[in-house]
Design a binder for this molecule. Structure first.
Ligand SMILES: Cc1cc2nc3c(=O)[nH]c(=O)nc-3n(C[C@H](O)[C@H](O)[C@H](O)COP(=O)(O)OP(=O)(O)OC[C@H]3O[C@@H](n4cnc5c(N)ncnc54)[C@H](O)[C@@H]3O)c2cc1C
Length: 386
């Protein structure tokens, strides 16, 4: 990638710039555009490779548990996701899920929980998943029905989760269930469920537009030791939102990586493609498109790293993360679509880099809060402040 001047922005420290340079070189050598037909096997291999190379240390918080830093470093996570997404969408997915799946353990786990899970996540020896959504509770998370009932020193889980990334290959799942302390969002708790817990099963594997492991989960009298609860009983919604405050911004960063790759591909193509006695890039219509794409990329980057920096300062980031996620995902879709158009027929050939980006970006506008949900969050925060 040509322009890396954004790394000189005041949001970053020297270690961030060094991290990006090192990862960019590693990703170019080890994961660039590597795709295969067995997505599960590929994801497992990517988690192992990212773990062995030390990148997953940034996905967990706490040096005592294998983390790169004592606290989660949002800027590092965002730079890693952006860089991996630019090289290989599945590598970004593998990194992101280790972070999202273990984020609640880093933020709210007991000493025993952290000892049991985080080091294995950081080494790529255990695969993590985050199970919040249900068939009847997607955007409306508080409508969840999956229930956990206390039974002595254990909880019994019954219900379903769906759209769970890494479902089918994860070693453990952070599962949110209704414990009923109060109605709605105040009566939910979070639990770590091991993949071999009795009463837990993968009910269905789901295929999506850009393949990655995804499943519907079923809990039938699934017994979990009470020590596997993350945070206080009834505080699960807070656990979910604190985790999403980190990873929602990182979805923006991944979108940014996809958009940068599309812009790079479009620039190279426009300058090389001969037509009407000149190149595609010589036409002002093309230049207008490129200008729009580059400006959208920079605007997304500014919002993304503003949110990441602000969270790393320990400040509230709900509005900023929502602005970053909404803008970066929607802009990336437009940038990628413009790149596909510039490639003409080549742009829709299966597995061409821009065709793959076109599929890869779509779900990011839906998960971890769809664009409409981000709009509502931003407006709610504005009105509250007003
Ligand atoms: C590829 C993929 C991976 C995923 N991975 C995970 C995962 O790992 N863990 C997990 O827990 N979940 C995961 N999800 C689930 C994801 O978070 C949900 O799909 C998302 O929250 C939307 O929920 P829903 O699909 O039920 O859609 P719905 O909630 O039914 O929403 C449908 C539409 O309604 C719109 N909408 C919502 N509220 C409003 C409103 N107030 N006004 C107007 N429009 C509105 C939405 O924007 C959306 O366009 C994943 C989803 C996908 C597609």
């Amino acid at each position: 990638m040509g322009d890396k001047s954004y790394l000189e922005w005041p949001f970053f420290e020297a270690r961030h710039t060094a991290l990006e340079r090192e990862l960019d070189a590693w990703a170019a050598e080890h994961v660039r555009d590597a795709h295969g037909s067995d997505t599960d096997a590929q994801c497992r291999a990517l988690v192992r490779a990212l773990g062995e190379a030390g990148w997953l240390r940034h996905a967990v918080g706490g040096t005592a548990y294998g983390g790169a830093q004592d606290a989660i470093d949002t800027r590092a996570i965002c730079l890693i996701r952006e860089t991996l997404a630019r090289h290989n969408g599945l590598a970004d997915f593998a990194f992101a899920m280790q972070g999202l799946g273990s984020g609640a353990v880093s933020l709210f786990g007991s000493e025993a929980n952290k000892q049991a899970y985080l080091a294995r996540v950081a080494k790529g020896e255990a695969i993590a998943a985050f199970a919040l959504s249900e068939p009847q509770a997607g955007s409306d998370v508080a409508a969840m029905q999956c229930a956990a009932v206390r039974d002595g020193d254990a909880y019994i889980l019954d219900g379903e989760k769906t759209w769970i990334s890494n479902g089918g290959i994860a070693d453990f799942y952070v599962v949110f269930a209704r414990t009923g302390e109060q109605p709605g969002a105040r009566g939910i708790s979070a639990f770590i469920v091991d993949q071999d817990a009795p009463g837990f099963e993968i009910a269905e594997r789901i295929n999506v537009i850009a393949p990655h492991p995804l499943a519907r989960l079923k809990f039938s009298g699934c017994r979990i030791p009470a020590g596997q609860r993350l945070g206080e009983a009834g505080q699960g919604f807070k656990v979910a939102m604190a985790t999403l405050d980190v990873f929602r911004t990182s979805v923006a960063a991944a979108s940014l990586g996809f958009a940068r790759r599309a812009l790079d591909e479009a620039l190279a193509h426009a300058q090389g493609r001969k037509m009407f006695g000149q190149t595609l890039a010589d036409f002002q219509l093309t230049q207008a498109k490129l200008a729009q794409m580059a400006t959208g990329v920079d605007a997304s980057a500014l919002l993304t790293y503003r949110a990441a920096w602000q969270r790393d300062q320990g400040r509230k980031v709900t509005r900023e993360a929502a602005m970053a996620k909404m803008t970066a995902t929607e802009t990336a879709q437009q940038v990628i679509d413009a790149a596909v158009q510039m490639f003409g027929g080549m742009g829709v050939v299966s597995e061409h880099p821009v065709e793959r980006l076109y599929r890869e970006i779509r779900a990011l506008r839906i998960y971890e809060g769809a664009t409409e949900v981000q709009q509502l969050i931003i407006a709610r925060e504005l009105l509250r402040e007003g």
